[in-house]
Design a protein around this ligand. Structure first.
Ligand SMILES: [Zn+2]
Length: 326
């Protein structure tokens, strides 16, 4: 089994962005430490919009340089960096103390006009490649908002993006910000597609490596929320910002079974082994696990460490660069 450990490397996009130190630098250091000394690779989907937006502010140059240094360290350790675009950075303003994100009507790439999207995508991709000194070929949409894909497919072609990893089979969420509906996605570990990410097309030019998903019970989410309150030392996220609203999602997952990603974030990491078993049972040869450095908790990190220790000799912890770019 090829296992891709992927992490969306970013700040928060709600009322408070949180700090670069707590959302990116420190938790990524902890993740890299888990991998040290083992033949495993991690892939970081870097929200490069932050780096481009920070360019305009002299007071942010030190923290920006720390991020760039960390990205170079990630590459030098044999890990991977690929493209993650949150286009609202085009509207974000640093007011001297904090980021005002202005995500309204600017959270998804498809919120922007076709000409604007073209400029943003190329600028972000090239910006990232200049920083890391090599080409990227894989993409994860900010907030998983990769639909409708026929509005984005030309960007993939123009920018030579071959692989997408935004789909979470079975998941859906429609709010002011999010517009994802992956309920009809193929239940496969990999497929080719053309103008619809949820429709397999064996002759399509693009490859989908969906984020592995499974069915979660309401009880899981009751535990997740309760443990966070009762035992913050183990279950509080290191990230110090706030999420944008996910509408009625919390109410929904607390009352009905739901599909969601297999993830290293906090309490989700409890399900890593079960998720792997599920993928193996389905005969999958690939598994994509998602996490966010900002979503690290003490509990989640210890579960991830155990998961890697138990599996790194049995399975191939690979990266997008290794499989698609070399
Ligand atoms: Zn993101």
């Amino acid at each position: 089994m090829n296992i891709y450990l992927t992490f969306d490397y970013e700040l928060f996009f709600g009322e408070s962005s949180g700090s670069v130190q707590k959302c990116m630098l420190e938790p990524t250091r902890d993740l890299l430490a888990i991998a040290d000394g083992k033949d495993i690779r991690m892939t970081f989907f870097v929200d490069v919009g932050y780096l481009i937006a920070a360019d305009q502010y002299p007071s942010l140059q030190n923290e920006k340089q720390s991020v760039i240094d960390q990205l170079k360290l990630i590459i030098s350790k044999g890990h991977d960096i690929q493209l993650h675009i949150h286009p609202h950075w085009e509207r974000a303003v640093f007011n001297g103390e904090k980021w005002e994100m202005n995500t309204e009507g600017a959270y998804r790439l498809t919120d922007f006009k076709a000409e604007e999207r073209k400029v943003i995508f190329a600028k972000y991709k090239q910006g990232l490649e200049e920083i890391i000194g090599r080409k990227v070929k894989a993409y994860r949409a900010g907030g998983w908002c990769i639909q409708p894909f026929d509005e984005l497919s030309d960007l993939f072609v123009e920018n030579e993006i071959l692989v997408d990893s935004s789909v979470i089979p079975g998941d859906f969420m429609l709010t002011d910000h999010y517009a994802i509906d992956f309920r009809s996605a193929p239940k496969k570990a990999r497929y080719q597609f053309s103008d619809d990410v949820c429709k397999e097309d064996p002759n399509g030019p693009f490859i989908e490596l969906p984020i592995s998903s499974m069915r979660y019970s309401p009880l899981f989410f009751w535990q997740l929320y309760l443990l966070g309150r009762l035992f913050p030392a183990s279950h509080k996220m290191i990230g110090d910002g706030s999420f944008i609203s996910q509408g009625g999602r919390k109410k929904r997952v607390l009352s009905t079974y739901s599909y969601n990603h297999i993830s290293t974030d906090g309490y989700f990491a409890k399900k890593l082994s079960e998720g792997l078993r599920k993928c193996l049972n389905e005969g999958f040869e690939e598994m994509v696990i998602i996490g966010h450095p900002k979503g690290n908790t003490k509990y989640g990190l210890s579960k991830l460490r155990t998961f890697i220790e138990n599996n790194h000799k049995k399975h191939n912890f690979t990266s997008f660069h290794k499989e698609f770019c070399s």
